[in-house]
Design a protein around this ligand. Structure first.
Ligand code: ADP
Length: 249
């Protein structure tokens, strides 16, 4: 069997909100194993695109294929089962549970949702070993006993990524993982995204050009809902249309 080089592709993807075209005829091809950046100034349609790809919004027109399947009509949970998983915003982290418990719940959810681990010590240990390994991956080992609500902001975003990894994604979609962060936190999350991209495909939706510079193999620039440019960082960052679009906001 020949595995296609393209893991996710859209054709003519369009979203209108009562006549306003937020995403217009977007055709994307995302290479398997790559870190692909989707960037653009405010209002470009990034979040709408992200919600279309993860099936949180139905498109007005166009299609989405993931791993050889047409997923245009599927529900978020169905595409998540196929390995296409989005990060959730911090609101999806349970603030009163510990950091470890948050990952444990995410692992349990992946197994189908019955909270069987409360009944068996050995099962609980298995979940916790896996949860600690995930926390280690995202640099939260020393934070496992804190409640999620006590975590500093940057660490919360790392926890959010850990709960996403608990779903064992083949392809990960991250929505502005560095939004609102201080410099040192941004660097840490960039390193984290690089680390968790090993063996996976990542689509990173990001406003900040600097964040994608050292990270993404290919960058698609959206502006006013349409694809303005595509290529590696150097080519898009030098593109006069891209510079003008960013300066215009
Ligand atoms: P970005 O994430 O790039 O900042 P968005 O996808 O959030 O852009 O928004 C693109 C455009 O679509 C904006 O002009 C926004 O106001 C509009 N938009 C987004 N969601 C809705 C909605 N639910 N109803 C109406 N307009 C929307």
């Amino acid at each position: 069997i020949r595995v296609s080089d393209t893991i996710l592709e859209t054709e003519g993807l369009t979203k209108e909100f009562r006549g306003f075209v937020a995403v217009s005829d977007v055709t994307l091809k995302i290479r398997r194993g790559s870190i692909h950046g989707l960037i653009g100034p405010n209002g470009a349609g990034k979040t709408t695109c992200f919600n279309l790809l993860t099936k949180f919004l139905p498109p007005t027109r166009g299609s989405i294929r993931y791993d050889g399947r047409d997923i245009t009509g599927m529900k978020p949970a169905e595409v998540a089962r196929l390995g296409l998983v989005r990060s959730f915003q911090i609101s999806a982290v349970f603030p009163h549970l510990s950091v470890l418990e948050n990952v444990r719940v995410a692992l349990q959810r992946q197994r189908g949702g019955s909270f069987d681990f409360w009944r068996s010590d050995s099962l609980l240990r298995q979940y916790d070993d896996r949860a600690m390994a995930l926390l280690d991956d995202v640099g939260l080992t020393g934070y496992s006993a804190l409640t999620a609500g006590e975590l500093p902001y940057g660490r919360k975003r790392a926890l959010e990524i850990a709960t996403t990894l608990a779903l064992d994604p083949t392809m990960l979609l991250l929505d502005e993982p560095t939004a609102g962060m201080a410099h040192e936190d941004v660097d840490r999350i960039v390193a984290l995204v690089k680390r968790v991209s090993a063996g996976r495909t990542v689509l990173l939706v990001e406003h900040n050009l600097k964040v994608v510079s050292g990270l993404c193999d290919t960058i698609t620039v959206l502006a006013r809902g349409s694809v303005l440019a595509e290529g590696d960082y150097n080519s898009v960052a030098r593109n006069p249309d891209v510079i003008a679009a960013y300066l215009g906001t």
